[in-house]
Write a protein of this length. Structure first.
Length: 131
């Protein structure tokens, strides 16, 4: 249980870094470039996801899965997260009228739980002995 706590804690730290990239791009695109919140959130999600993959592979999940296989799996998990981001941001911002940053915080929490579970179980499976 201690290992799981440390691993999740590391995942959260990486998530803060990736989320910082995501939010910086989101806010910049909305406030400076005048883009609407949903597409800006999706562009930020892609940038944050790239940072997330690099840091999670190196610092959080220890796997002997090849980089090519891990990237493919990460991309699929991220695609589901991208879809979840679209759905929740659309519902919260466009339908419920919630301010985009609050909507993004709620969406981030939901997608974070999905991502940790999927990455732990499938994207970066633990080391397996060859014998």
């Amino acid at each position: 249980m201690t290992y799981l706590f440390r691993q999740f804690s590391s995942f959260v730290v990486v998530g803060f870094i990736a989320t910082g990239v995501h939010y910086a791009i989101l806010i910049g695109l909305v406030e400076v470039a005048g883009l609407s919140a949903v597409p800006a959130a999706l562009i930020g999600y892609i940038a944050g996801g790239t940072v997330s993959y690099c840091l999670n592979r190196r610092h959080v999940f220890h796997t002997n899965l090849s980089h090519h296989a891990a990237v493919s799996r990460f991309t699929l998990v991220a695609a589901v997260g991208f879809g979840l981001t679209y759905v929740f941001m659309s519902l919260l911002v466009d339908r419920a009228g919630i301010p985009y940053l609050l909507a993004q915080v709620v969406t981030t929490g939901i997608v974070m739980l999905w991502s940790f579970a999927a990455h732990k179980i499938w994207t970066f499976p633990p080391y397996r002995d060859a014998g």
